[in-house]
Design a protein around this ligand. Structure first.
Ligand code: SAM
Length: 404
C-alpha cells in the first residue's frame, strides 16, 4: 500500500516554521512527495572551483540532507549543457524552489476550487503537482520553455498521479493552450520577470483575477508582486515580500560586468562635476534600490574605497556606474561634499539619471517596499508609491519635465 501522506516530513518542517495560513496548501504539501521531483544530480557552488556550479550526485550524503531541508535545489545548469569540465556549469538555469517560498506564493495566489490556473516555469513539476492536488489537474496549465525539462516534468507528474496540460513553450508570451478558453482566474510565475512584467499575463487573466510573480530590477534579489487584473487590460498590485528567483530566459540580464563596460582610455570621455552624491547608488534601503533599479535599468556600480594608507583621503571613494549601452561614469566621492569630480563617456549622463531617480524617491516621501506597487498595462510596467496615481518616472519623461 502506498504512503497516504508522502509529504509528511516536509509539511511538518514547514508547519514548525509557521509557513501555512491556508489549509488547502497544507493538504497539498502533505499529499505530494517533493523528493520524487528531485533529479539525481543537483548543483552547488564549490570553493575549490570558484565561478562554477558543481554537480552533486544522489550518492553524495549532501544530496539527501539538502532534499530534507527547506532549501532551493539547483537542478540544471547552462540550459542543460554544462559548459565546464566534469559537468560543471556557469549558471543555474532551473531549480526546485524553496518550499517555504513555494507555499507563500501559492497562498498569495488565493486560488480556490473552480479556478483555472496558469503556471509559468514548470521546472520539476513539483509546484504543478501542488496546484493539481488543490484544484484538480484539469484546472492546471503549466508552461516550461526547456523541452527536456518539460518532458521530465510530465513524467514526474504522471508518476505522482497527475496529468495537467504542460506546454513546452515560452511562457512570457501569449499561450495557445488548445483547450478553448485561454483565460485563467490565476497566473503564477515561478520564474522572475526582470524589468517588465509580461503584459500577455494580464491578457490571459480574467478581470478580477490575480497574478503572482517574482519581479527583479537593478542589482538586488527579486521581490514578490501580487497583481489584480482590472476590466481595462491593466493590472495593479503591491509588493508583498521577497522572492529571489532566476529570470525569464528572454529577460536574462546582459552578462557583461562593470569592468567590461568601462573604458578609461576612451578618447571621447568628458571631465566635469556633478552635485549627485555618487554613494547614493549603494544606499541600502530596499525602497530606494527598487526605485533606482526601475528608473535606471540595468545600472551596474562599484565603489572603490580610498586606501587606508592615505589618511588625507579618509572616507573618499571612486564610484563607477555603467549601463549596457556602453555609457559609464566615474564619480569621485569626498566626505567634504559636492560638487563631485566626474568623468563620463557614452550617450547617457548616468549621474543625472541617478540624481533624478533620487529626487523622485524623495518627492514620493522616501517610500519603503511596503508603500510601493506596480502597474502592468499595454504601455509596460510602472512602479508607483502609495497608489497607482503616484507613478515614479525617470529623467526626461514628460511628467517629470512638466512638473519642473
Ligand atoms: C525556479 S524554476 C521553476 C521551479 C518549478 N516551479 C518547480 O517546482 O520545480 C524556473 C523555471 O522556469 C523556466 N523558464 C525560464 N524562462 C521561461 C519562459 N520564458 N517560459 C517558461 N518557462 C521558463 C526555467 O527553464 C525553469 O525550469
Amino acid at each position: 500500500m502506498g504512503n497516504a501522506t508522502p509529504g509528511l516530513a516536509l509539511a511538518r518542517l514547514l508547519a514548525s516554521r509557521g509557513v501555512f495560513t491556508d489549509p488547502l496548501w497544507h493538504r497539498a504539501v502533505l499529499a505530494v512527495d517533493r523528493t520524487a521531483f528531485v533529479p539525481d544530480t543537483l548543483y552547488t557552488i564549490d570553493p575549490a572551483h570558484p565561478g562554477w556550479e558543481c554537480p552533486v550526485h544522489r550518492t553524495d550524503t549532501r544530496w539527501a540532507q539538502w532534499v530534507a531541508e527547506d532549501y532551493a535545489l539547483a537542478t540544471q545548469v547552462d540550459d542543460g549543457h554544462p559548459t565546464g569540465p566534469h559537468g560543471r556549469g556557469r549558471a543555474v538555469t532551473s531549480s526546485l524552489s524553496q518550499p517555504s517560498l513555494v507555499v507563500a506564493m501559492l497562498q498569495q495566489l488565493d486560488a480556490a476550487e473552480g479556478h483555472r490556473v496558469l503556471e509559468i516555469g514548470t521546472g520539476s513539476g513539483y509546484n504543478t503537482a501542488l496546484l493539481c492536488h488543490a484544484l484538480g489537474e484539469k484546472a492546471v496549465v503549466s508552461a516550461e520553455i526547456d523541452p527536456e525539462l518539460a518532458r521530465v516534468a510530465v513524467d514526474n507528474l504522471d508518476r505522482a498521479g497527475y496529468r495537467p496540460t504542460v506546454l513546452d513553450e515560452d511562457g512570457a508570451g501569449h499561450l495557445e493552450t488548445g483547450l478553448g478558453a485561454d483565460r485563467f482566474h490565476r497566473v503564477i510565475s515561478t520564474v522572475a520577470a526582470r524589468g517588465s512584467i509580461p503584459h500577455a499575463w494580464v491578457g490571459q487573466t480574467w478581470p478580477g483575477g490575480v497574478i503572482v510573480t517574482p519581479w527583479e530590477v537593478g542589482t538586488r534579489p527579486g521581490v514578490l508582486v501580487r497583481l489584480e487584473v482590472g476590466e481595462d487590460d491593466t493590472a495593479h498590485g503591491r509588493i508583498v515580500g521577497e522572492a529571489p528567483f532566476m529570470v525569464l530566459r528572454s529577460q536574462r540580464p546582459d552578462s557583461r560586468r562593470l569592468r567590461d563596460l568601462v573604458d578609461e582610455e576612451d578618447p571621447g570621455k568628458q571631465a566635469g562635476t556633478t552635485t549627485v552624491n555618487p554613494r547614493l547608488v549603494a544606499y541600502e534601503h530596499p525602497g530606494w534600490q527598487l526605485v533606482l533599479g526601475h528608473l535606471v535599468p540595468d545600472l551596474r556600480y562599484a565603489v572603490y574605497e580610498a586606501s587606508e594608507e592615505r589618511p588625507e583621503c579618509a572616507g573618499e571613494a571612486s564610484v563607477y556606474v555603467a549601463a549596457p549601452d556602453g555609457s559609464w561614469a566615474l564619480g569621485e566621492y569626498t566626505p567634504a561634499g559636492g560638487p563631485y569630480v566626474t568623468e563620463r563617456a557614452g550617450g547617457r549622463d548616468l549621474w543625472a539619471e541617478v540624481g533624478a531617480a533620487w529626487e523622485e524617491w524623495q518627492r514620493a516621501g522616501r517610500p519603503g517596499r511596503e508603500q510601493l506597487g506596480v502597474t502592468v498595462d499595454a504601455g509596460g510596467t510602472r512602479l508607483w508609491a502609495g497608489s497607482p496615481a503616484g507613478v515614479l518616472r525617470p529623467l526626461g519623461s514628460a511628467a517629470v519635465a512638466g512638473r519642473r
